[in-house]
Design a binder for this molecule. Sequence first.
Ligand SMILES: C[S@@+](CC[C@H](N)C(=O)[O-])C[C@H]1O[C@@H](n2cnc3c(N)ncnc32)[C@H](O)[C@@H]1O
Length: 297
Amino acid sequence: MDNYFELKISINPQMEDIVSDICFTNFACEGVVLAEETYKDLVMTSTTEGTLRVFLTDLNKNPVEVLKTEREILKERGFSDEELGSWDITLNEKENQDWSKKWKEKWTVTHVMDKITVVPSWLEYKPKKDEIIITLDPGCAFGTGTHQTTQLCMKALEKYFKAGQSMADIGTGSGILAILAKKLGAADVYGCDIDDTVIDVAYENANKNGVTDPVFELNTADKITKKYDFVCANILHNVLFEIMGDLKNLLKEDSILSLSGILYEKKDIVLEAIKRENLNILDTFTQDQWISFVVKK
Ligand SMILES: C[S@@+](CC[C@H](N)C(=O)[O-])C[C@H]1O[C@@H](n2cnc3c(N)ncnc32)[C@H](O)[C@@H]1O
């Protein structure tokens, strides 16, 4: 077995998902382990919170250089040093001990809502009556269902999506939101992403869930001409700011747009874009430090 590389990055815990996303996009990254906490008698005795452990199969790019550049980009987009954390990096080569299982051990059945549960494809799970099960193997794609930003979109889908509607998922990752829409009775689902490595993963996940006719492709919202009844975009606030007009163009008169991926303290940036595009806020969901907006034309 080949050895693997473990990258440890010192971050502000609030940046976990953003830094994970950068690693999945740029590196031969097989998984990440976020804060690890050890408890004794219900008291936390140790934590690695603030250290993101990233498992790489190969050093295809120089992690120090890539992370330095990406950190600068985030700073230009308004993140402060305090918000980002230092991003100090250590890199170690490790002997392979079937390490790809390590991160899988951390991910278990996630009850997102009363009736919506995400189950890792390698676990057995007996669903309750009427429970919607999404079986997933996210591979290197974002979207295990454990992240708040995904769950906020799932909540919007559960509340506003109606059977028979069409759905587009901009930034589809593992395909989890499109798969949920299909399980809620979507007539057709479309997912696109700028990361070509996630497209096959999304198709495989759709297949695992008996979703036979989705369309997943490498694409961006500005190039889509079709209109949808329900659009989800769980992407960083600065990307939402840039593409809000393109997202609006995907909407029919009565369509719904679920915007997630927004840190509470960055919400004003997204609100500015919502106002700029004359969109109206129909609902707001929050979870921990994250907020999502449900908007209409
Ligand atoms: C936070 S993940 C969301 C994944 C999944 N939809 C979920 O909710 O868990 C964001 C995804 O958006 C993709 N992305 C980033 N910018 C994008 C853009 N401008 N257009 C389309 N996809 C984009 C990333 O590659 C990533 O897969």
